[in-house]
Every structure is written in C-alpha cells, then in structure tokens.
Design a protein around this ligand. Structure first.
Ligand code: SAH
Ligand code: SF4
Length: 343
C-alpha cells in the first residue's frame, strides 16, 4: 500500500487521514509491529494488526568485493524464499540492483535466474524493503535503482508500478524516476502499457541478438514477440515519452558477436533514439557460454560506431563475488541439495 491507499483504508474505517503519515513514520523508523505504534488508538492498532502484515527482508548472505567494494546480498523473505540484490558505487553515488520476482518464467539460456524456474512475484513492499535493508546495513543512501536483478519486471507489472510510485513518496526512500532503470526481456504488451503511465524512467531492453534466428534460440520470449514487433513497441515508446531507450547486448563468444551481427544490429537500430550497452556475458555454472574476447568486443564497437550507433561497454563490477543475477541463489540451492543428499 502507498500512503494514498492507506488514507483510503483509514477513511473507510472512520479514521482521520493524518494517521497515514503517523503509520508511515513508524514504518520508516523500522517499527513493523502495529502494537508498538503508541500514538495510535489501541483499537486501531488491533485492527491494523489483523488487516496487514509488513513484509521484511533479512540478510541471509553478504559478499563484499575486494576489487571494487560492490556488495551482494542474498535476502531471505518471510516465507523463506531468497532473492539477490547488488549495491554498486559509482562516481555519482550508490546504485542498487533489485529483484522483482523469485525466479523467472522466461528461461533465457544464458541466465542463471532462468535456470531455476519461477516461484512467485515480489510485492511492492518487498521491493522497497530491499532498498531499506541495504541502506541500513551498508550505512549508505541509495541514489539510483535498476530493476535488473532476478525476475522479469513487466511480468509482475502491477506490483512494479506500485513500487515505482512508492519510491518517490514523501517520507519514503525518495528516489526520482530519472534515477530508475527498468530492464525487460521484451514483454511487448507491458512496454505498451508502461508508455502510458507517465513514469519518466529509463527503459532497457535485453536484446542480445540481431535477428530472430539467434534471439529465439537464446530467448524463448522472442517466439511470442519477435524482434520487429519488439522494436515497433520501442519506437512507439520513444515517440510517446521522448526518452531514449537502452539496448542491452550480452556478448557471447561464437553466438552473437561477429562483425556481421553488428552490421545487422545497426541496420535494425538505424535512426532510433537509443543507446547500445554491450555486456561481456557472465559465466554461469553448468552452461558452456563464454564471453567474447576484448578484441572481438572492440571490433563490434567499431562497426556500430562507424554506423553512427551510440555504444558503450559495461564495466564489470563485483567480478570476484558472482555479482550477476541468480548465481548466489543457485549456489545456495545446490549447497542445500548436496547437504540433503548426504546420508
Ligand atoms: N528480466 C529482465 C531483468 C533482469 S535480467 C531482463 O531480462 O531484462 C538483467 C539483465 O542481465 C538482462 O539484460 C539480462 O539479459 C542480463 N543477463 C542475464 N544473464 C546474464 C549473464 N549470464 N551475463 C550477462 N548478462 C546477463
Ligand atoms: Fe528472466 Fe531476465 Fe533472466 Fe531472461 S534474462 S531468464 S527474462 S531474469
């Protein structure tokens, strides 16, 4: 619930609206037990306690990179499920990568999260709690957020949009939409819905291939919404919002990293208000994929640049702590399975 929802609930229970702010204040101070909210009438406290729960996320594991200070959390949710989140320090401040689901339905072949299947959606409160827990633990203020952790945000649309609206609320964590990126594997109806919401975030599209043949092999969602349908939605998004789109492109050796692929990609993106972010693919245990060599990436960049496409190569952070999505949770699962297998 955001503060407006809470006000509406209070009104329908015959309570003045200023109670919403009081409750919010307690929650922000870390008090999640309604009985302890001593400036509220006793019967209201009891009614709140029976109507609501406040989800928490606790730290199950924490890894700190010796190379660059990146912090990776494995969070435990109230039902015992786990999700990952990463805190990264940039010149402009701390950025946090959040999960939106436990697992993911999309099954991209290069992704550790996709391997484990889907368990459940996260609530808006669980997304917010990932930030609050990290801020408290690391004693930092998070100034930007990327929805690039576990899960497909547009497959959990309502909770994600509710979360985005709560981010800017007074008394909350107060992060402006211009400091938010949302990454999607290409859920076209979700992109079309999002463009009408008037939320000025940065949309990232996980493209990862220049044509349908390669993309359908690595990203099953492409069989449902092929590249041209996806790019049509992107063009409409840019027109509706005036905002540049960022295309993520994981460089996988021998799969999508040839100069011809760069040419094909340039053909497709020609004239679009966009930016291409090349990501050397991360190795995932149990998968044969390898990242492209630096030379190969350099050559790919040159082709795109010659064609006038705006391109950067993503810096790798947290290389020593498995800081990419889904890896830590998988390790934990495998460890548990190994333990269970012992006599
Ligand atoms: N489901 C959303 C957001 C979470 S994944 C999406 O797919 O966009 C965040 C990003 O990490 C995506 O661009 C995804 O394609 C990428 N990714 C997944 N596995 C990866 C790997 N092994 N190496 C590099 N990037 C990976
Ligand atoms: Fe899901 Fe994104 Fe991983 Fe694909 S890359 S399986 S959409 S989390």
């Amino acid at each position: 619930m955001n503060v407006d929802d809470l006000r509406a609930w209070l009104a329908s229970n015959g309570q003045p609206s200023f109670r919403a702010q009081q409750i919010r204040q307690w929650l922000d101070d870390g008090v999640t037990d309604f009985k302890q909210m001593t400036n509220l009438p006793k019967d209201l406290r009891a009614r709140l306690a029976s109507a609501f729960t406040v989800p928490s996320v606790s730290i199950e594991r924490k890894l700190v990179s010796a190379i660059d200070g990146t912090i990776k959390y494995l969070y435990r949710l109230d039902d015992g499920e786990t999700v990952e989140s990463v805190l990264m320090q940039y010149k402009h401040g701390w950025s946090q990568c959040l999960s939106t689901q436990v697992g993911c339905k999309m099954g991209c072949t290069f992704c550790a999260t996709g391997m484990g299947g889907f368990i459940r959606d996260l609530s808006a409160a669980e997304m917010l709690a990932q930030i609050e827990t990290a801020q408290k633990d690391a004693n930092v203020r998070v100034s930007s957020v990327v929805l690039m952790g576990m899960g497909e945000p547009l497959d959990n649309y309502d909770n994600v949009v509710q979360f985005l609206r709560m981010l800017g609320e007074e008394g909350g964590v107060r992060i402006g939409m211009r400091h938010i990126s949302l990454s999607t594997c290409g859920v076209v109806p979700g992109i079309r819905r999002l463009m009408k919401e008037q939320i000025p975030l940065t949309l990232s599209i996980s493209l990862h291939a220049p044509n349908d043949a390669i993309r359908s092999r690595t990203m099953p969602i492409n069989r449902r919404w092929p590249i041209e349908e996806l790019l049509d939605a992107c063009r409409d998004y840019i027109e509706a919002t005036g905002r540049r789109i960022s295309f993520e492109y994981a460089m996988i050796e021998g799969v999508n990293d040839a100069d011809e692929h760069a040419q094909e990609l340039a053909d497709r993106l020609q004239g679009m208000l966009c930016h291409v972010n090349l990501i050397p693919v991360n190795a995932v245990e149990g998968k044969a994929q390898r990242r492209s060599s630096r030379l190969r990436i350099r050559s790919f960049v040159e082709v795109l640049e010659k064609r006038g496409i705006n391109v950067t190569v993503r810096r790798t952070l947290g290389a020593d702590i498995n800081a990419s999505c889904g890896q830590l949770r998988r390790q934990k699962d495998q460890l548990t399975k190994r333990k269970e297998a012992l006599p």
